[in-house]
Design a protein around this ligand. Structure first.
Ligand code: GLY
Length: 339
């Protein structure tokens, strides 16, 4: 097991990678605990949490709304939750985002923790302290920065995931290696089978590596004033793809990574060989790379992006493998891209 720390401005977060979820009670404070989970996770793991009242919500992106938050508030109230209550969210990124936000605003904030059940949430969504919901068609528009007391990531829980859910996590893992770990990028290139077969030791190393990279960046810039924006690699175009095509987050991020690699190639900040390595790795992990359909519509959605500055958009570009920088890209440059 590897233990990492994030020092948040409000509180610290302990990240437990490779810890068995059966040990979760060791990390709970000695006070009232309420569990939040979705129907699917409850079906799989509900019996291990029967000592506590369970609030159940839906698990899709459609549930990431203020009305779900209102519903949770109502149930917390009915369960007599007070300032000393601890909310334990068990699930993937959506449940963690919703749970962290609900806990952060109920009675102006109660303590909370996560048991992260998907690869995507273990390597990205449950780590970092951003919690929130979508609003009026914009992703994560309303929320807070607030660290969970702990995040428990048990790789055994990944064995029940569908291929699509696993792929979503791999996209974020590739993103982290592209930001700052050329060595792990190469290790992944050389161990595709181990990754796809979810070999426990290899996956644990991948998750720990991703969390280490993300925690390192968040520790320098929790509120995303500068350095943390690097974590948006693949997400600017990716969010627009997600909005227009309605594909899963990880697939959209993969397409965003390929676009960012192409823009970097066009600007000469990566070589043709490195561009090909990025594309080959994404493909080997069964991730999509380019969408030719609806590129115009995707660009229109991009223009609505929060990161837009006039006719230019903040994009994270690659400098070889393992280094990135934040750049402004014009819509014209994006239009010219050959898919
Ligand atoms: N909770 C996800 C993040 O902070 O990036």
């Amino acid at each position: 097991m590897e233990k990492l720390e994030i020092q948040g401005s409000l509180s610290n977060s302990t990240l437990l990678i490779g810890e068995s979820f059966h040990n979760y009670k060791l990390y709970l404070p000695n006070k009232q605990v309420i569990v939040l989970m979705d129907d699917k996770v409850r079906g799989l793991y509900g019996k291990y949490f029967e000592d506590y009242p369970i609030i159940e919500i839906g698990q899709t992106e459609k549930n990431k709304t203020l009305s779900t938050i209102e519903n949770i508030m109502g149930q917390l109230l009915d369960l007599n939750a007070d300032r000393s209550t601890f909310l334990l969210a068990v699930g993937g990124g959506i449940i963690c985002d919703i749970g962290g936000f609900a806990a952060s605003i109920y009675l102006r904030g109660i303590e909370f923790g996560f048991i992260s059940t998907t690869l995507l949430s273990q390597v990205d969504a449950s780590v970092g302290g951003k919690n929130g919901v979508n609003f009026k068609g914009f992703k994560n528009m309303v929320g807070v920065f607030n660290q969970p007391s702990f995040v428990l990531c048990d790789q055994e829980m990944l064995k029940t995931l569908s291929t699509e859910d696993l792929n979503c996590g791999f996209a974020e893992i590739v993103k982290h290696t592209l930001i700052s770990d050329a060595e792990m990028f190469e290790k992944l290139e050389n161990n595709i089978e181990k990754a796809l077969n979810i070999e426990t030791d290899f996956i644990e190393a991948l998750v720990a590596n991703s969390v280490r990279i993300k925690a390192g960046i968040v520790n320098k810039d929790e509120k995303e004033k500068g350095e943390r924006r690097k974590l948006n690699l693949g997400h600017t175009y990716g969010h627009a793809v997600e909005k227009v095509l309605g594909v899963a987050h990880g697939n959209a991020v993969s397409i965003g990574l390929a676009i960012s690699a192409k823009l970097s190639l066009n600007r000469g900040t990566i070589t043709a060989n490195d561009y090909q390595r990025v594309v080959n790795l994404l493909k080997a992990l069964n991730l999509p790379i380019m969408v030719t359909e609806k590129h115009e519509e995707i660009l229109e959605a991009l223009l609505m992006d929060k990161k837009r500055e006039g006719n230019e958009i903040h994009f994270v570009l690659m400098h070889g493998i393992g280094d990135v920088s934040l750049e402004l890209i014009s819509i014209e440059e994006l239009k010219k891209i050959e898919l």
